[in-house]
Design a protein around this ligand. Structure first.
Ligand code: B12
Ligand code: SF4
Length: 516
């Protein structure tokens, strides 16, 4: 069969900092290719709708699959699916990915017949099975693990047996030079581990994978890195190097083979402190940027997000990261309840520290505990506003004032890190990029003010809403919630986590202690 995998366009705010390759979709594409199909992939972060139309009308795929990791992309994907059915009516159209898995029924409803099914969970096992059913026995579609159709749901989603079995189909992307994150330009993405053993209330990384945690073998990880041409590497793992041993083994392989790259990774403060020697080693291998999900600078905020790490430990982790001599970015979550004073405190704090600070807005997402326990009334049913740059909950200050404060805070950070200030500090890097014809990073430095603007944010709330999302019926109390109900992939308990006993104990001690 002719199979086309499609990644939707960029999100309106994050696009100025980054554009990264659709790794999950490349995994699905590779699994389908290994099953003997003719496969193509188009990424609308780097190509246009016109390119997409031209491709489907000329190539006429038999199946078209959209990847939906981000909730804000739902309306675009529904429109793309409708366009696809109108131009290639014989094509079987389906959607998968992180967010699609949590809003499968909504997708089918909005699709109005243009979306044949949603495939929940990991796509590597299910997508080839689905195509087999589409080609040979349409009735068997409802037996595919994780499938959701208007006629009913299939058996539970299925894990890929071993992450080593499939490597991403990087060769299918035609614009590889367009992928970057900050100064890592161009940049490829890699995966060393999948899932997260913690259970933060605002996050769906753990619910999607049933609180499992699996690793790629050091040999495969090193092979993957060796094949990549880009000098920058973005590690997609939710929490890098939870298991110190795996980090050391991959690092030793990288050193042995003389692989020279610059790395960006995300981790938790407590993991950084626990595995100091691993991060020190990776600094010598090219670790340049680290993102720490600090989330709050007061104990009350940390408790609210159930991060289970003390403020003291987070600050200690920041100190250690600084001592490594790498650039550290941290994330703080702004709550819609924040008033002017709170924003001011944050602004002052941000100016006192050398780190890059990213501010996101507390947003309950489908699939998270917050989604079902949040008792404040959602103010919108527009998927596009669920991008953690907008407030979907009622704000204490009038909304225009909330955005004015938010953008003022982001502007302070922008002045510190983007535009001329950044160019001064990164002039050598920028010149190097220009010489290689890489302009993604340079362009980003001046885009901030045209994108981050309180009036534009308010205007986003006033756009007509074509597809309204289903909201939770009534807030549940946390004590009555069975987190397993949120899982997409079934929980395997302890055996689902590739952690040695001491790492498992460490995770247990630092998470909230749900019984799963
Ligand atoms: C890496 C990552 C990023 C990276 C890169 C994203 C990119 N474009 O590649 C960065 C840091 C840049 C990022 C940014 C953001 N992210 Co992010 N990100 C992730 C993360 C940690 C891993 C994604 C990943 O690559 N995994 C590895 C690959 C192999 O897995 P995968 O993509 O999920 O694909 C598998 C399945 O989903 C499925 N699948 C995927 N596509 C398809 C398609 C079909 C047809 C099928 C059948 C199956 C299928 O099969 C794949 C293989 O098993 C996830 C959390 C998570 N663990 O999933 C959050 C996550 C997706 N991000 C999230 C958010 C909120 C954001 C931001 C909005 C945050 C911000 N500060 O603004 C931005 C928006 C980025 C953008 N698109 O513009 C949320 C999404 C929330 C939501 N419901 O919308 C998540 C779930 C994290 C969370 N804590 O809740 N992100
Ligand atoms: S540590 Fe918490 S926020 Fe980070 S990926 Fe795991 S569950 Fe999500």
């Amino acid at each position: 069969m002719k199979f086309l995998a499609v990644h939707p366009g960029p999100l309106m705010y994050t696009k100025i900092y980054l554009r990264l390759e659709p790794l999950g979709l490349e995994m699905v594409a590779q699994a389908v290719r290994q099953a003997g199909h003719d496969v193509r992939l188009i990424d609308l972060q780097a190509d246009t709708w016109k390119d997409y139309e031209a491709l489907i009308t000329s190539w006429k795929p038999d199946a078209v699959a959209f990847g939906c990791n981000y909730l804000a992309n739902v309306p675009e994907i529904v429109d793309l699916a409708k366009l696809t059915k109108s131009l290639v009516p014989h094509a079987f159209v389906f959607v998968g990915g992180h967010s699609a898995s949590f809003v499968a029924q909504d997708f089918l409803k909005h699709g109005d017949g243009a979306i044949d099914c949603v495939l929940k969970g990991e796509g590597e096992v299910a997508a080839p099975k689905l195509l087999e059913a589409v080609e040979h026995d349409r009735k068997a579609i409802t037996k595919v693990p994780g499938v959701v159709t208007l006629d009913g749901e299939g058996p539970p989603a299925q894990f890929i047996e071993n992450l080593d079995d499939i490597r991403p189909a990087r060769d299918l992307l035609r614009n590889r030079r367009k992928y970057f994150i900050g100064v890592l330009d161009p940049c490829a993405s890699v995966e060393f581990a999948r899932g997260c053993p913690w259970d933060c209330s605002f996050c769906s990384a753990w619910t999607f994978y049933g609180r499992s945690y699996r690793t790629v073998s050091p040999e495969k990880a090193v092979e993957d890195l060796e094949r990549i041409e880009e000098p920058g590497i973005f590690l997609v793992d939710d929490v890098a190097f939870i298991q110190g041993k795996q980090g050391m083994e991959i690092g030793e392989g990288v050193a042995r083979r003389g692989i020279k790259k610059q790395y960006y990774m995300e981790t938790r403060g407590d993991v950084l402190l626990r595995n100091k020697e691993v991060f020190q080693f990776w600094k010598t291998l090219g670790l340049q940027y680290m993102f720490l999900g600090v989330e709050a600078i007061d104990e009350e905020g940390l408790k609210m997000h159930r991060k289970r790490i003390s403020l003291g430990r987070n600050f200690e982790a920041l100190e250690f990261a600084r001592s490594l001599g790498i650039t550290v970015a941290i994330n703080l979550i702004a709550d819609p309840d924040w008033d002017r004073r709170r924003f001011e405190v944050i602004r002052q704090w941000c100016l006192e520290i050398p780190e890059i600070v990213n501010i996101s807005v507390n947003t309950p997402y489908p699939g998270t505990e917050s989604w079902v326990t949040e008792s404040r009334k959602f103010q919108t049913r527009d998927y596009r506003l669920f991008d953690i740059q907008h407030s979907v909950l009622p704000t204490k200050m009038p909304l225009p004032e909330f955005y004015a404060e938010l953008v003022k805070t982001q502007q302070v950070l922008n002045k510190k890190h983007l535009g001329w200030a950044a160019l001064k500090g990164t002039a050598k890097i920028a010149a190097g990029h220009l010489m290689r014809g890489q302009t993604n990073f340079i362009k980003m430095l001046w885009k901030f003010n045209s994108v981050y603007n309180p009036e534009l944010q308010i205007a986003d709330h006033q756009r007509p809403v074509k597809y309204e999302m289903t909201l939770p019926s009534a807030p549940q109390e946390i004590k009555n919630l069975d987190a397993k109900q949120l899982f997409i992939l079934p929980a395997k308990g302890r055996r689902g986590r590739a952690l040695d006993e001491s790492s498992e104990q460490f995770v247990e001690a630092t998470r909230t202690g749900t019984s799963i």
